[in-house]
Design a protein around this ligand. Structure first.
Ligand code: SF4
Ligand code: SF4
Length: 464
């Protein structure tokens, strides 16, 4: 097969100029299904920041403050290993998923594809018309009507970008803080307003101008396809065995010709401007528009459907079904192990995280004739959504006591870090070595939530 198409990008001409893609409006079973899925995506995307459970957002990813809320559970920098492991698990899942199902994610649920093809492209069709009308207008001097409609398109594009950017910001700072930025005097929220307009500008630039280049040039996932896919991966594929040699449509089909009638409908609908008949290409985002376009032509010419379909390269070449390869089995095992570790970490994650240190530079204090004390500092991260009155008790058989400085408990505000100081007092009779191992129970009121082991420093036993 002629491979020269691989020497250049479909959207760049011989002089290095951008070739604008005028993708024809797709129509068909797969496009309708993708449209329904995109409605579900839009509902989820725009409604999620509004959902609060017990006063907490369902999800929030506050990167500047390193505070993440997942299913209304607050994750702190102390939980970073859980976050890191989640990322690793996610990457392994992506690798496994891609090895098995190719770019199914890109075509069906990637936010870039959904916003571009299911929102901005549809707005463009509604205002400027289908691809032929857009192409015609570009190749002629613009009329006043065209300029007005094109201007309207850009206004709508910016408004949509502004809404998406605000929603995006709500995922970072929360819908309440976003509301404050919108309603309070601008002077109080210069940073927030700047972020809002930068995000809006970036989204507008991507959907109005950069478009498919985000998938074909920038997206790292797209760049990884060549190493993640193999001949058994499921992709949107042209059945060259059945389609070639392609010939223009004639009512009487010659016996030595394939089913492809070279109508180029599959190329015209492609949002990345490629010809799927050339084989697997990195630019294919698996959007299925070419399947619908080709099936429409097959129906019109009375030929079997699915000349372009979901299949693997081996499936097309050898008429093999999709296979679960050794590579997929290894990825699955790794994924299972990671998910189990992650579940264990999440299950054992502490809502109140405490560390206790003996106050540096201090030895012990004599307490009368028969007791000795040590001063300790406790640092606590309260990840719950309520104030925790922390109480401390000496565990085990010791006869000593805990004396919290400034009260009987250490109050830690919700979702904040706090600290306190306390003495442990031990009778000299219990001190049998210079260092005595002790256990301090940490209680949320009367409920024990943790136990920390530390050392108690005392005089040498022969000095007692
Ligand atoms: S080749 Fe087909 S599936 Fe791939 S991007 Fe183009 S239209 Fe979509
Ligand atoms: S739409 Fe189908 S028949 Fe037409 S050129 Fe593409 S593969 Fe061939």
């Amino acid at each position: 097969m002629d491979q020269t198409f691989r020497d250049h990008l479909a959207t760049v001409d011989a002089r290095g100029h951008r070739k604008w893609v005028f993708a024809q409006r797709p129509k068909g079973k797969w496009y309708s299904l993708r449209t329904y899925i995109s409605w579900g995506f839009f509902i989820l995307f725009f409604a999620t920041p509004l959902i609060y459970v017990n006063g907490q957002p369902l999800f929030q990813f506050n990167i500047p403050q390193a505070r993440f809320i997942v299913f209304s559970k607050v994750f702190w920098p102390q939980d970073f290993f859980i976050f890191g492991l989640t990322m690793v698990t996610f990457i392994v899942f992506i690798i496994l998923f891609t090895a098995a199902f190719g770019r199914l994610f890109c075509g069906w649920v990637c936010p870039q594809t959904i916003f571009m093809e299911m929102l901005f492209r549809k707005v463009e069709y509604a205002i400027l018309g289908d691809a032929p009308a857009q192409r015609l207008a570009r190749s002629h001097p613009p009329t006043t009507g065209w300029l007005l409609r094109n201007g309207l398109k850009h206004v709508v594009f910016f408004l949509l970008s502004f809404i998406i950017a605000n929603t995006f910001l709500a995922y970072i700072i929360g819908v309440k803080d976003l509301g404050r930025i919108i309603t309070e005097p601008p002077g109080q929220h210069i940073g927030g307003l700047t972020s809002m307009f930068i995000f809006s500008g970036v989204f507008y630039a991507v959907y109005a101008f950069f478009r498919e280049q985000a998938c074909t040039v920038v997206c790292p996932y797209g760049r990884l396809q060549s190493v993640l896919l193999d001949r058994n991966s499921m992709i949107v594929a042209y059945d060259h065995k059945r389609g070639e040699p392609r010939t223009k449509f004639r009512k009487q089909k010659a016996a030595d010709t394939g089913d492809c009638i070279d109508c180029e409908q599959c190329v015209k609908v492609c949002p990345t401007g490629i010809d799927i008949r050339n084989g697997t290409q990195m630019e294919c985002v698996g959007c299925t528009a070419c399947i619908d376009a080709c099936n429409a032509m097959m129906a019109k010419t009375d030929r079997p459907a699915d000349l372009i379909r979901y299949a693997s390269e081996n499936g097309i070449s050898n008429h093999e079904p999709l296979r679960y390869t050794l590579r997929m089995k290894l990825y699955t095992s790794l994924l299972t192990v990671l998910v189990l570790i992650l579940a264990g970490l999440l299950f054992s994650r502490k809502e109140v995280d405490a560390t206790i240190m003996r106050t540096p530079g201090m030895l012990y204090q004599e307490r009368g004739a028969d007791s000795v004390s040590n001063l300790y500092t406790i640092k606590v991260a309260n990840k719950t959504i309520r104030r925790v009155p922390l109480r401390l008790r000496l565990e085990g058989g010791e006869h000593g006591s805990v004396q919290v400085i400034g009260g009987t408990s250490i109050p830690i505000k919700q979702q904040e870090e706090g600290s306190g100081n306390f003495f442990i007092v031990l009778p000299k009779a219990d001190i049998l070595a210079r260092k005595t191992a002790i256990r301090i129970g940490i209680y949320d009121n009367n409920k024990k939530i943790d136990e920390i082991r530390t050392n108690f420093l005392g005089p040498q036993p022969d000095q007692n």
